[in-house]
Ligand binder design. Structure first.
Ligand code: PEP
Ligand code: MG
Length: 573
């Protein structure tokens, strides 16, 4: 068995098709006629552009707009006058062949992106190499592997999949994807999830282990790959595959029904999103709204801040698509682990305790916060938008943000611009300080959403990204659980809505506890919605009180988790 990273859920069994892109050999040659060589380059550029545009269009209609964005990004790169200008200069000034000019210029950029070390930039590097190869192949007259023509039952095996390769996949024929490189958030992983093809990425040494025609079994959740396994393993995984498919199908019966417990307690199951296009999946999985729109994604992966107008369009799109259902939009939450290069933020000594989120926004009211709040208010005329302030630690921060909203409302009134007059403004409760004074906050704010990802970090004093101390990072720790229970109790005492948008909200082992505490709203990735609704519908909160009481009596995170796991598996204690 080979271990990798599970990148797209499901079990795949099939025949390996090893896709090896021939290494292009690029030689430096001197050209006698630079003008003719420039024409040759322009021709190849033109053809690469046309091909990429066609692929993007095809992907947009077959899979979705969001997925096509990656290839539209390639179109933009190919149309970037700076990039093509540099290649042209190399041809002109150094009298080199187009293939070589492309190689050096694109590699310089790709290496630069790679050296920045973050995942987003590495993706940019992959994109740059993808367009480089595309242009070179056109010049050299080399055909790409035709992935669209793979036979039924294929497991695609590759070192890495470029977005343009993945785009050609026919999900009827490709039953699994395994790659040696990549990560959960690489483009190919995102596409695999969109196409709902099971995938495992980052399998070390994969290419030496698999040959064309080998029988491959993969588990896209556990991140496991078997090559030519025994009959027993094959049968076991075929069964698992059937169970997975059946469960998926069974969950469809939870579309269109309310999220109500056996004893009639209704909760809302809503979605976390990062881009307007994500609402397609929210609607597909019957989300009852959006519980967290992480707006920082609108600011990432670009070279300048989105304008008020661009933000307005994005917020409006989500509000309109959700058609009156609540849409909680969180104002910019950058800093900490989320960097945006063009914002010019200096590296803090202690990023998670530093200049970030609301602290940064209140310091940059004119150029950053007000345009965002104005865009949110204007978009609120098109749906049920609620504004959420992140990383609040004291009531003054909330008051200052709220005062800005009021000031902007007046400004819009004077200009006769529409907005939702009674727009709610709530907070993320994700710091120890906010939790401890949740009773004070509950009297003033319109709603709470518990951010357990950060609440766990700040309560346990443990960096959420540091593997060396990750054994302490558990939401099941009694300290974190008491905090959650307290926050919910304070909200209910004042009659305000309390939701949760951290990962814990969709953890099956945590859900019964949260129901017992009285959580009103569960916000999670769209694909977890139906599974959560099924769980909610299966419980009686009166019985859960006893379970919660027992769970809260344990001294360690391990004991609580073990007890809850057993309860969830058996349905009783
Ligand atoms: C959280 O902290 O729980 C949360 C939902 O926000 P993020 O993960 O974006 O910090
Ligand atoms: Mg957070």
């Amino acid at each position: 068995m080979y271990k990798g990273t599970g990148a797209s859920s499901g079990i795949g069994l099939g025949t390996a098709v090893v896709v090896e892109e021939a290494e292009l050999v690029i030689r430096k040659e001197t050209v006698a006629n630079q003008e003719a060589e420039l024409e040759r380059f322009k021709g190849a550029l033109e053809q690469s552009l046309r091909e990429t545009e066609a692929l993007a269009e095809d992907l947009a209609t077959r899979v979705g707009e969001k997925e096509a964005e990656i290839l539209q990004g390639h179109v933009m790169l190919l149309s970037d006058p700076m990039l093509t200008g540099e290649i042209e200069s190399a041809i002109k000034n150094e009298a080199v062949n187009s293939e070589y000019a492309i190689e050096t210029v694109c590699n310089t950029y790709a290496d630069l992106f790679d050296s920045m070390g973050d995942e987003l930039m590495q993706q940019r590097a992959t994109d740059m190499r993808d367009i480089k190869t595309r242009m070179q192949k056109v010049l050299l007259g080399i055909q790409s592997v035709d992935i669209a023509a793979l036979p039924a039952g294929s497991i695609l095996v590759a070192k890495d999949l470029t977005p343009s390769m993945t785009a050609g996949i026919n999900p009827e024929h490709v039953v699994g994807i395994v790659t040696e490189l990549g990560g959960r958030t690489s483009h190919s992983a995102i596409l695999a999830r969109a196409l709902e093809i099971p995938a495992v990425v980052a399998v070390n040494g994969l290419m030496e282990q698999v040959q064309n025609g080998d029988f491959v079994v993969l588990d896209g959740d556990a991140g496991e790959v078997y090559v030519n396994p025994s009959q027993d393993v094959k049968e076991e995984y075929e069964k698992k595959r059937q169970v997975f498919l059946q469960e998926k199908k069974d969950l469809e019966q939870y579309i269109g029904i309310p999220s109500v417990t056996k004893d009639g307690v209704q909760v809302e199951i809503v979605a976390n999103i990062g881009k307007p296009e994500d609402v397609d999946k929210v609607l597909q999985y019957d989300g009852e709204g959006v519980g967290l729109f992480r707006t920082e994604f609108l600011f990432m992966d670009r070279t300048a801040m989105p304008t008020e107008e661009e933000q307005f369009e994005a917020y409006k799109k989500v509000a309109a698509a959700m058609n009156g259902k609540p849409v909680i939009i969180r104002t910019l939450d950058i800093g900490g682990d989320k960097e945006i290069p063009y914002m010019g933020l200096e590296k803090d000594e202690n990023p998670f305790l530093g200049y970030r989120a609301i602290r940064f926004c209140l310091d940059r009211k004119e150029d950053i916060y007000k345009p965002q709040l104005r865009a949110l208010l204007r978009a609120s005329a098109f749906g049920n938008i609620r504004i959420m302030v992140p990383l609040v630690t004291c009531i003054e921060e909330y008051r200052e943000a709220k005062a800005l909203v009021e000031e902007l409302k007046k400004e819009l009134d004077e200009k006769g611009i529409a907005y939702k007059k009674d727009i709610q403004v709530g907070i993320m409760v994700e710091t120890a300080a906010a939790s401890l004074i949740a009773d004070i906050f509950a009297k003033e704010v319109d709603f709470f959403s518990i951010g357990t990802n950060d609440l766990t970090q700040y309560t346990m004093s443990v960096d959420r990204g540091n593997k060396k101390v990750s054994y302490l990072y558990s939401t099941f720790n009694p300290a974190v659980l008491r905090s959650i229970r307290h926050i919910i109790a304070c909200a209910r005492e004042q009659g305000i809505m309390v939701g949760m948008c951290g990962e814990a909200a969709s953890d099956p082992v945590m859900i019964p506890l949260l129901l017992a505490f009285g959580l009103n709203e569960f916000s999670m990735s769209a694909s977890a919605i139906l599974r959560t609704r099924k769980m909610v519908c299966s419980y009686d909160t009166r019985e859960l009180q006893k379970v919660a009481e027992k769970a809260m009596s344990f001294a360690t995170a391990g004991e609580v988790e073990q007890y809850m796991k057993e309860f969830v598996e058996k349905g009783t204690v």
